[in-house]
Write a protein that binds this ligand. Structure first.
Ligand code: UGA
Length: 460
């Protein structure tokens, strides 16, 4: 099918490239002309494992094109995916001006199309979008548009695998023709008819994704409800970690046992520095504002936000407690991205931690396997060094803020010798407390206090 993707950010690029890989003809557009030039030169503006290969193959096969001309992209398309950003306004609500803009451009066309919201939007945006398309279209003497919602559940860092092997594909529609078209678009994924870029030579046997057809409002709610629940789960684990520190428990033992109950599940119970990125924090805020606006008390989400913001304070407390005076201390930072396998530093807890350290006049040196360039743009006054050993050399403390696998593999024995004071605060519970202490480190993490007699969790 001929498809257009509007917005070449992370969601648009993954969606466009993967749909092209699955056999559709995709033209993607963005109003950022520099971004289009970069893409046309075969370069990626973001770091997403596997995306370069998928994009390259789709372009070489002539199934994926980029253009700065929106009318050209949408003109020949049968269905249009809106993947533009919906950043937070001061109020915490989502800024939908990019969607409104796009509606105006699509409406200028005079042929009926299916317009699919993929950007994360508050419930009822679909209704507004349909109204806007038809009002702007009437002015332009255009056609009637159909609207659908198709939220994405892609995680940065594993987005390609998530696209081809989703748990569920959710489509919110108002008519059978839209449902038929969306089924057609996702048929290769539903039937496993695609060249999987993640699994070679073949994908492991697994369940086919569920295909859920809902109302547009439900589809919009499913996205916000899912992200908010994930944030809530993390916040819960973080409060447990605090309790473990006071009572002498180990949060990993507690959450591991909890997660074995299928009603709870093991994921998103890792305690530490809390959640960041461009999705969870802003979606929780927007969902909460939406509830407030509609007279529903969702204090639970406000608490989730409060607990999450408090993680940075907790870490700073640990730093102060360990160093006594922070001013002029040399502090090394391992990890800047909001999570491993991405160069995204938007709303990254690590960035806020570095700002706080700077505010207390510490001397900060920082590293990250891929996010240095993006961090440099938002953190003046920090010395960025690629080599983690050089970050540790002569440091008074080392803070592990993003749990990159590389950091677990470091030669910690060497680092222990080369630091001015072998103090590690592991804000992601990535390292083993007993191993670190055995190497000679003063070591702290979240919810894993030093215990004299530690019971072991025995599995059958
Ligand atoms: C999130 C959702 O997981 C996706 O399903 C969704 O599609 C996406 O937002 C989106 O709305 O586009 P993402 O932002 O890529 O994906 O990141 P997550 O894997 O959800 O992690 C978010 C944050 O939570 C990270 O900072 C991570 O370090 C933190 N986290 C995660 C924890 O602190 N503990 C955990 O147990 C899990």
């Amino acid at each position: 099918m001929r498809l257009a993707v509007i917005g070449c950010g992370y969601v648009g690029l993954v969606t466009g490239s993967c749909l092209a890989e699955a056999g559709h003809d995709v033209v993607a557009t963005d109003n950022d002309q520099a971004r289009i030039q970069t893409l046309n030169a075969g370069r990626l503006p973001i770091h997403e494992p596997g995306l370069d290969g998928v994009m390259e193959r789709a372009r070489a096969a002539g199934r994926l094109r980029f253009t700065g001309n929106c009318a050209e992209a949408v003109g020949a398309a049968e269905a249009i995916f809106i993947c533009v950003g919906t950043p937070p306004l001061e109020s915490g609500e989502a800024d939908l001006s990019a969607i409104d803009n796009v509606a105006r451009q699509i409406a200028a066309l005079r042929s009926p199309k299916l317009v699919i919201e993929k950007s994360t939007v508050p419930a009822q945006t679909g209704q507004q979008l349909r109204r806007a398309l038809n009002v702007y279209g009437r002015d332009a003497g255009g056609a009637i548009f159909r609207v659908a919602s198709n939220p994405e559940f892609l995680r940065e860092g594993t987005a390609i695998g998530d696209f081809f092997h989703p748990d569920r594909i959710v489509i919110g529609v108002e008519d059978q023709e839209s449902e038929r078209q969306l089924r057609e678009i996702y048929r290769p994924i539903l039937e496993g008819r695609f060249h999987c870029p993640v699994h070679q030579p073949s994908c492991p046997a697994g369940r086919a994704p569920a295909f859920l057809v809902t109302t547009i409002a439900s589809a919009e709610l499913i996205k916000h409800a899912s992200n908010s629940f994930l944030g809530l789960k993390i916040a819960y684990a973080n409060v447990l970690a605090d309790l473990c520190e006071r009572l002498g428990g180990d949060v990993e033992e507690v959450t591991r046992a909890m997660g074995m109950d299928p009603r709870i599940g093991p994921q998103f119970l890792n305690a530490g520095l809390g959640f960041g990125g461009f999705c969870l924090p802003k979606d929780i805020q927007a969902f909460n504002r939406l509830a407030e606006r509609n007279g529903v008390d969702f204090t639970l989400l406000k608490e989730t936000e409060r607990i999450n913001k408090g993680r940075i304070d907790q870490l700073m407390e640990k730093v102060r407690k360990a160093l006594w005076v922070v001013k002029e201390k040399k502090i090394g930072v391992l990890g800047l991205a909001f999570k491993p396998n991405t160069d995204d530093v938007r709303f990254a807890p690590a960035i806020e931690v570095v700002r706080r350290l700077q505010a207390e006049r510490a001397v900060v040196r920082a590293t990250d396997p891929v996010a240095i360039e993006k961090a440099r743009a938002v953190l003046p006054g920090v010395e960025f060094i690629e080599d983690p050993y050089r970050v540790a050399l002569g440091a008074d403390a080392l803070l592990l803020l993003t749990e990159w696998a590389d950091y677990r593999q470091l030669d910690w024995k060497r680092i222990c010798k080369e630091m001015a004071r072998p103090l590690v605060i592991d804000a992601r519970n990535a390292l083993s407390p007993s191993e670190m202490r055995a190497l000679g480190f003063e070591y702290d993490s979240f919810g894993r206090p030093e215990l004299s007699a530690k019971p072991t969790l025995v599995t059958a």
